[in-house]
Design a protein around this ligand. Structure first.
Ligand SMILES: Cc1ncc(COP(=O)(O)O)c(C=O)c1O
Length: 379
């Protein structure tokens, strides 16, 4: 086969994200057997470094599920909502809705409590719902990728617990880019993925599981096979995966986590993400007619959503700005599709997103914002 002609685009979308050359090279490391001692050479450090990054001293156990972030979310629903129990899914956007859809598709007694696009969870409204519905389990999104809103995980989990329910958290687009302080988070299970702020290709759903969730899952029936966290934990404790892992990704993950923990440093990584959020806020401040979508205090460190001036259309963003940036070597995100369609139909101003997660540096972001600004000024 002749060499495929794939464009080397710099990804400023919200995942998959930019991958460093060292991580690309790590894909060439030797293949290995996942039930052999060679497996430990990858998964022992992977597991230790992932726990450091999460901020758990080992209270939470980590399982890597072949699949993606929603695989771990589905496992949380299958393993932790018992037959006859109810789940309340709290949504501030498309991925909150996704958690609800997963619960409903698995036949769970589920309700979706929705907040307006661009808003964080209103704890007073949630409290009213907890009082009236009395759910056994509650899910919510830590970082809503469609809107750039970060919910207050600790406060939300604390409220859910006050009403005796078990909190499940989707942290797909923030883990690796912010301090989640897992041991003090209150989450019963925290799901994430490799292809966002960890700066890796997709391939594992990541499940951090508390002892309380583990104990409950042991009693829940109808968990299936791939979605049974009890089975995953059995293998995880042997530093293995339930099914054949993506061995190429495991090699890459081993190299990348060593870089994150021992070269860049965890605190520096989190600070870099906050710095990039600040860069976008400052840049938007200087752009006439543009505003940040998420309210101050709830803005994501990994994805910023920007509101366009009135009159800007989906076609202008998708065909004009996005394609002009492609010609410059960048992949731009013209806004979450369903969100802009909804905003347009309601006569509201449209949004676009800037993914600044993983290993994107402030210098790379600065160059991108300069190019983006030129195109936005043509609107
Ligand atoms: C917040 C959030 N949750 C869940 C998902 C789904 O993750 P995956 O595509 O890894 O299954 C995504 C993907 O963009 C996401 O951003």
């Amino acid at each position: 086969m002749s060499k495929p002609n794939f464009a080397p685009l710099k990804l400023f979308i919200t995942g998959p994200t930019y991958i460093r050359d060292e991580v690309k090279q790590a894909a060439l490391l030797p293949e290995f057997g996942h039930r052999d001692t060679e497996n430990d050479l990858r998964f022992v450090p992977i597991r230790a470094n992932m726990k450091k990054l999460a901020g758990t001293d080992g209270t939470y156990e980590l399982a890597l599920l072949l699949g993606s972030g929603s695989m771990a979310m589905e496992a949380s629903v299958r393993s932790l909502v018992a037959d006859g129990e109810s789940i309340l899914n709290v949504s501030v956007g498309a991925f909150g809705d996704m958690y609800y859809n997963i619960a409903a598709a698995n036949g769970k007694k589920a309700e979706n409590l929705k907040f307006d696009y661009g808003r964080a969870i209103d704890l007073n409204v949630l409290e009213d719902k907890l009082k009236s519905m009395k759910p056994n389990v509650v899910s919510f999104t830590h970082n809503e990728t469609s809107t750039g809103v970060t919910n207050d995980m600790k406060a939300t989990c604390a409220l859910i617990r006050q009403y005796g329910a078990m909190p499940l958290v989707d942290g797909v687009s923030i883990f690796g880019g912010a301090d989640i302080d897992l041991d003090n988070s209150g989450a019963a299970m925290y799901s994430t993925a490799t292809q966002k702020a960890l700066g890796l290709p997709a391939g594992f759903g990541v499940a951090f599981i508390s002892p309380e969730a583990e104990a409950k899952a042991e009693k829940v029936t109808n968990k299936g096979h791939h979605h049974d966290i009890t089975k995953h934990l059995g293998r995880a404790r042997k530093n293995q995966t339930l099914t054949t892992p993506n061995c190429t990704l495991a090699n890459q993950m081993c190299v990348q986590l060593d870089y994150i923990v021992n070269e860049e440093g965890i605190a520096n990584r989190f600070a870099r993400h906050i710095e990039m959020r600040g860069m976008v806020e400052k840049w938007v401040d200087g752009l006439d007619g543009f505003d940040m979508f998420a309210p101050e205090g709830f803005r994501s460190p990994t994805v910023s959503t920007v509101v366009c001036p009135a009159g800007v259309t989906v076609a202008q963003l998708k065909k004009g700005v996005k394609e002009a940036l492609r010609a410059e070597g960048y992949l731009m995100d013209p806004g979450y599709g369903k969100l802009n369609t909804a905003l347009e139909s309601e006569g509201r101003r449209l949004v676009f997103r800037i993914g600044h997660m993983g290993d994107i540096t402030p210098a790379m972001l600065g160059e991108y914002l300069a190019k983006l600004e030129i195109e936005l000024k043509k609107l």
